[in-house]
Design a protein around this ligand. Sequence first.
Ligand SMILES: [Zn+2]
Length: 299
Amino acid sequence: MVKLKYKYKIILIILFLLSITLFSADWPVKDITYKNFTSFFGETRGDHFHNGVDIVKKGAKIYPIEKGEILFYYDEDEEPTRATIGIGKYVIIDHYEYRSYYCHLDKIDIKNKILIDKNQSIGIIGNTGRSSGEHLHFAIKKNNFFIDPFEILKLNIEKTNNSPIIDNILFKSGYYMSFENDKETSLTLPFREVFDIYILARTYDDREMHKGIKEVTIDIKDNNDKNVLSNLIKFNYIENNKLNGKHSIDEIYTKVWERNYIYLGRWTKKYRRENYTLIITVKDIWGNSKVLKKSISFK
Ligand SMILES: [Zn+2]
């Protein structure tokens, strides 16, 4: 009996330690809602993926997401060369399981510190470096990969419950392009063998350029309910500038008329005039999803 009790104690202690390491992290800016996020992880930045999230809150203080060790800071004002770098004034904090990055700061508060607690300010949100407007670029690196901060910080802020929006589905075959909205349940395509399929998708928001897509799936089924195309794209981490270690930026994003479409795959048709069903599901970082179903026929 004594042994059993001892075991329980050990289990309780392990659970307690797990709860500290897993659930104690908090967003670096206090009192924010989904409206304070202006950019998300995995968005395109031309030749690379956005490796963190952008938080806008004028003049706000920045706190470490949990206690840690200050690994590095860069303040151009202190450098003899005054060299401005892309991410401006920034701080990196080591939390042992992962590192957190705080960039474009206006002012750094922690210069003489080695260790930092959650309630000690790192600095103030700013506009230093290559930045178009005051914001915090915040990123998390784990096992040498940048991961979506929402993987660790989850939903402990006010979130939106609105479904993501699919503005367009684009079917492209050579010069042929068809833009389909999410309203009609059926669509007719011209007779072609191969289609490249793209979508324009984003979280529900008034500001259309801001996406926050976490996962996209596409399935095309034939008359016998058999999958003829199936693809899943997840936005979890970036390894060597590849999304989830798999997709390069050119494989994911294509610019069509100045808008960034997500590429879902190439559909090579086997049968000439059969009818098909297309199902696209988009999940956002808040856990909301949108399912779109269309029947496809050919003229
Ligand atoms: Zn950013």
